[in-house]
Design a protein around this ligand. Structure first.
Ligand code: 5GP
Ligand code: ZN
Length: 116
């Protein structure tokens, strides 16, 4: 399993930093975002370390994006939002702050839910 020593999300995958798990399989790990833009805000990451969409091989990206519906359904069931945004930030000007590729799933609850 390739990982980067200094990467926060690699440490989360390895269990060195605690996280609230939403979903896990051999390829991906999903956990609650520490900042919770809205209730149930979740991140999905590949277990292997890749910086962003440009450095992620297509087969890894396929596994990662393939899991989005599974995690989306788990969130819908757990939190019963009325909508859901799926988002991937690449490079700092686009809002990326952790440089291990991740997909945000942001449940929506209507006007004033804190996002958008
Ligand atoms: P980005 O800004 O790179 O698209 O998203 C990184 C996300 O990681 C942010 O929403 C931020 O709240 C979240 N985050 C940063 N540090 C931690 C942490 O230690 N644990 C968890 N669960 N999320 C984190
Ligand atoms: Zn990493």
């Amino acid at each position: 399993m390739s990982h980067s020593e200094d990467c926060l999300f690699c440490k989360i995958v390895n269990g060195e930093i605690p996280s609230a798990k939403v979903y896990e399989d051999d390829y991906v790990y999903a956990f609650l975002d520490i900042s919770q833009v809205t209730k149930g805000h979740t991140l999905i990451i590949p277990k292997d370390h890749f910086k962003d969409i440009y450095e992620t091989p297509s087969d890894v990206a396929a596994q990662l994006f393939n899991r989005v519906p599974i995690v989306a359904k788990a969130i819908k069931e757990a939190y019963q939002p009325i909508g859901l945004n799926v988002l991937n930030n690449n490079e700092e000007p686009a809002g990326q702050s952790v440089f291990h590729i991740h997909i945000h799933l942001i449940p929506r609850y209507g006007k004033g839910d804190g996002f958008g």
